[in-house]
Design a protein around this ligand. Structure first.
Ligand SMILES: Cc1cc2nc3c(=O)[nH]c(=O)nc-3n(C[C@H](O)[C@H](O)[C@H](O)COP(=O)(O)O)c2cc1C
Length: 191
């Protein structure tokens, strides 16, 4: 490998998730580039199952408000989780609500479409990293996923698969922990 490839690979391999995230956020053109990176995900049958809604600025508070005001949120369970929902939806400067749109298909079963949507999210994480930002994929345990689905206008075939938070680490990050050596999860198979 030449040195440019070495550097590119070293940058790719240095990606870490970070939390909490703060400003600076990706600029508009950078966010577009990050979203575009989803489109290079592998995609059986060309279904493009990834569907995202990016929320920024005051819209994050407005989204939280709508989630908490929804009739389905008027339960003790959700009221007890208000602080958690606020952290999830309003901490990072960019919060992308992630969905996989599952289309019945004879050759691309649901699990493949979920994997393709996940690969699209990974591609966005890498793009954000290459642009000098950090990301954090966080989950939306029920009933948050159902509430986001309702208040944001997702479709019947859309399955919420979490949040992609983007921004800059709010504090100095810890030195990178070593990654798992590949030998622990991959072996050469020989006949
Ligand atoms: C679908 C999905 C949901 C996740 N949800 C959470 C979460 O809610 N909270 C959390 O602490 N980590 C969550 N993680 C893990 C983090 O995004 C992150 O990958 C982990 O902290 C390891 O950091 P690394 O990406 O630098 O290896 C989730 C990961 C995935 C793939």
């Amino acid at each position: 490998m030449n040195s440019i490839h070495d550097q590119t690979l070293a940058t790719l391999l240095s990606r870490r998730s970070a939390w909490p995230l703060s400003e600076p956020a990706p600029a508009p053109a950078e966010l577009e580039a990050i979203l575009q990176a989803a489109a290079v995900a592998p995609d059986h049958a060309g279904l493009r199952p990834w569907h995202f809604k990016a929320v920024q600025g005051e819209d994050r508070q407005a989204l939280l408000h709508r989630v908490l005001q929804h009739p389905d949120a008027q339960t003790g369970q959700v009221q007890a989780l208000q602080g958690k929902y606020a952290l999830k939806l309003t901490t990072a400067p960019v919060v992308i609500v992630l969905a996989a749109r599952i289309t019945p298909h004879p050759k691309a079963p649901e699990f493949e479409q979920l994997l393709a949507a996940g690969a699209a999210v990974m591609s966005m994480l890498n793009a954000a990293h290459l642009l000098g930002y950090s990301g954090f994929w966080s989950s939306t345990p029920e009933p948050l996923a159902a509430l986001l689905h309702k208040v944001m206008g997702f479709g019947a075939q859309d399955r919420i698969i979490g949040l992609l938070n983007l921004g800059t680490p709010a504090s100095v990050t810890k030195p990178n922990a070593a990654r798992t050596p590949w030998q622990e999860y991959a072996q050469r198979w020989r006949a």
